[in-house]
Design a protein around this ligand. Structure first.
Ligand SMILES: NC(=O)c1ccc[n+]([C@@H]2O[C@H](COP(=O)([O-])OP(=O)(O)OC[C@H]3O[C@@H](n4cnc5c(N)ncnc54)[C@H](O)[C@@H]3O)[C@@H](O)[C@H]2O)c1
Length: 420
């Protein structure tokens, strides 16, 4: 049955979306195993879930898995530019009300969030904490119903930890991003590959020989630099944290302040989760033709208002490429309005890596329901047994076997008596 509480661009896209969702599912063996078990056991029967996620083929497979577990699931977008309209239509067709249109304005974005919340969730699943913050600030009547929430990304977890530190968090959250099987792989290999993919699709540039400046050498930054280097780019890293900067140096990258890098870079990529990382002073010294892209969660990493103010004119050159012409004759090119380039101009992370992130999501949803009322109100890590189980299942699906400790080794590793 087609649900009514949905808002998508065009239902005639549903068939294309269905085929793409099926294609992604082939690369999601861990989610597949969970879906098979959920279908049999129905651990989420009677549970209402509101998900604010990038509406991609992988998210669709998570939503279908939650539905298979018995959940009444409703979705909205977690970014105005990341929705795949065919997937949104297919989800509605599958009976999962979805509220997401690529390019929606801010009013529609929040209207969609509120529609997802009208379902009175027992569980919230966020990518960036917009559901949780809306519930806490404008829909607090819903809090008593909520068992718990899950947060997908680094930036969302930072927001939620500060809510907790301010004494404002009113229900427990599981930090999915903190699972090793999430950020080691999704943030590094997923963001690494898909950010390069997004910039390539938007611009069709050749990476070989380009000077690429990456701001932030965290999990995402490591991935982006690794892949840019692999394509022949000369990579410069900008950091504020000394250990991370040192790691970048020893990984073979040039490290320097952004003001210096700004003068030489051809392509700038922000993945810091911070605000105004690329600012007025940097725009002032950048070379004519420099390309600016962000793959961090919010479109705050490049100071776009300053860019707008400094430029004498602006025009769209091709999809996702905006030219800002300066009075001194230089032009800078901003990609995808400074929003997550990998999701705006490409398709986000490949399914194979989201398999692990979303396996953690599905298993944590089950965990929160099983532990209803028992979890302290704070931001929890993903239980270690879930993290390890996801790794075990992924290895098995990849046909990779590993050794196990002998009894002697277990004893040795747990003891302190034996030395030289
Ligand atoms: N594009 C995607 O699909 C995707 C996927 C995962 C995470 N993210 C987002 O990407 C961002 C980074 O995530 P992460 O997991 O790599 O975080 P992280 O905390 O591991 O790394 C961020 C790094 O940026 C550095 N940094 C902070 N301010 C800086 C500044 N002004 N200049 C230079 N460096 C600075 C920090 O020191 C840190 O090393 C977050 O916003 C996260 O939510 C995006």
């Amino acid at each position: 049955m087609t649900p009514k509480n949905y808002d998508v661009k065009d239902m005639s896209l549903a068939e294309t979306g269905r085929r793409r969702i099926e294609w992604a599912y082939r690369e999601m063996p861990v989610v597949r195993l969970i879906r098979e078990r959920f279908t049999a056991e129905k651990p989420l029967q009677g549970i209402r879930i509101s998900g604010c996620l990038h509406i991609t083929t992988e998210t669709a497979n998570l939503a279908l898995t939650l539905k298979a577990g018995g959940a009444d699931t409703i979705l909205c977008a977690s970014n105005p530019l990341s929705t795949q309209d065919d997937v949104a239509a297919a989800l509605v067709d599958y009976g999962i009300p979805t509220n997401a249109i690529k390019g929606e304005d801010e009013t529609t974005y929040y209207k969609h969030i509120n529609t997802a919340l009208d379902n009175k969730p027992h569980l919230t699943i966020d990518d960036g904490a917009d559901l949780v913050s809306t519930i806490h600030t404008r829909r607090s009547e819903l809090i008593d119903n909520v068992i718990g929430g899950a947060e997908e990304t680094t930036t969302g977890i930072i927001r939620l930890r500060s809510m907790h530190n301010d004494g404002q968090l009113k229900y427990p959250i599981i930090a999915i991003n903190d699972a090793q099987t999430k950020h080691f792989f999704d943030n590094r290999y997923g963001t690494g590959q898909s950010t390069i993919d997004g910039i390539t699709r938007a611009t069709n540039i050749l990476w070989a020989g380009k000077k690429v400046v990456v701001c932030g050498y965290g999990w995402c930054g490591r991935g982006v630099t690794m892949r840019a280097k692999g394509l022949g780019a000369q990579v410069i890293v900008v950091e504020v944290e000394p250990v991370r900067a040192l790691e970048a140096v020893m990984d073979g990258f040039q490290v320097m302040p952004l003001l210096e890098a700004a003068r030489v870079g051809d392509i700038f990529i922000t993945v810091s989760g911070d605000k105004n990382v690329i600012d007025k002073a940097h725009f002032q010294v950048m070379k004519d033709g420099a390309i600016l892209a962000n793959s961090g969660h919010f479109n705050a990493e490049i100071n776009i208002p300053a860019l707008e103010e400094m430029a004498k004119s602006k025009r769209t050159i091709r999809d996702f490429v905006e030219e800002y012409a300066f009075p001194d004759g230089r032009s800078l090119y901003l990609l995808a309005e400074g929003r997550l380039i990998n999701l705006a101009a490409a398709e986000g992370h490949p399914a194979s890596v989201m398999d692990m992130s979303f396996a953690n999501q599905a298993l944590c949803a089950e965990f929160m329901v099983k532990n209803k009322g028992k979890l302290e109100i704070k931001v929890h890590p993903v239980p270690e047994e879930i993290d390890k189980e996801v790794a075990r299942l992924k290895l098995r699906a990849m046909g990779v076997e590993i050794d196990s400790l002998t009894a002697e080794q277990q004893k040795y590793l747990a003891s302190w008596e034996e030395g030289t």
